[in-house]
Ligand binder design. Structure first.
Ligand SMILES: CC(C)(COP(=O)(O)OP(=O)(O)OC[C@H]1O[C@@H](n2cnc3c(N)ncnc32)[C@H](O)[C@@H]1OP(=O)(O)O)[C@@H](O)C(=O)NCCC(=O)NCCS
Length: 197
């Protein structure tokens, strides 16, 4: 299957993500376009979206079905949320002399899950990141996000940290990462066409 991937500039990408997030019932706190722009405006980032036809009309118009935002994470972050993330990762990630990428948000709309869209976006982001000189990509999830944990397992992310939640273990956080070596790019399996919005 050929995956159609669109790369977005910041403002149009933020608006597209705000739109697609409306389709994700499982995300209680959806990101607004303003929040996305604020987070990404001063850092290197990538906004990708996969498009596909409606299941009932396979030859028809394509719609956005899956998305992913990755951005640079520096040891010197001052934004409170990112500074907290860096503090939690310091003992398991080497920042010195290395470029770290953070997978911030992403998902696939329910009707299009299991068709390889998220793998395609992840692989495209890894090609971009390797070319941009990033050394490692890190992602945070929770015990109870079983679909995401299973997917990250298939995409060969390694657990680097587990942060127990004292009241509910299903809310415990799991941090995973992947080294962005040329070998990793050779494991890619998706077929993709990239266009720029
Ligand atoms: C997780 C999610 C993004 C996967 O998207 P997707 O487009 O269905 O994923 P893909 O079809 O590209 O699958 C990628 C790989 O993961 C595997 N996979 C996908 N869903 C899986 C699941 N529920 N359990 C185990 N493995 C799974 C696929 O088999 C595939 O592996 P393969 O290429 O080796 O065969 C999607 O289920 C989703 O949006 N879930 C809700 C988002 C979420 O939980 N967010 C929590 C915040 S971290």
């Amino acid at each position: 299957m050929e995956h159609l991937i669109k790369q977005y500039a910041l403002e149009s990408g933020a608006l597209e993500i705000q739109y697609i997030e409306e389709y994700f019932g499982e995300f209680p706190r959806k990101k607004s376009a303003a929040e996305i722009m604020h987070r990404l405006e001063d850092r290197e980032s990538l906004i990708l979206m996969a498009e596909a036809p409606l299941p009932a009309d396979p030859a028809g118009t394509v719609v956005p079905v899956s998305f992913k935002i990755v951005h640079e994470l520096k040891a010197t972050e001052t934004d409170p949320k990112l500074a907290d993330l860096v503090a939690k990762l310091r003992d398991v990630l080497v920042f010195d002399g290395r470029r770290i990428l953070y997978t911030w948000i992403g998902g696939t709309r329910r009707d299009w899950r299991g068709h390889g869209h998220f793998r395609a976006l992840t692989e495209e982001s890894e090609v971009w990141a390797h070319t941009a000189g990033f050394h490692e990509v890190v992602v945070k999830t929770k015990n109870r996000f079983y679909d995401m944990r299973g997917t990250l397992d298939h995409l060969q992310f390694d657990v680097i940290k587990y942060e127990p939640n004292p009241t509910d273990n299903r809310d415990s956080k799991v941090y995973l990462s992947k080294q962005l070596t040329a070998d990793v790019l050779r494991t890619h399996t998706s077929h993709r066409t990239l266009t720029f919005a």
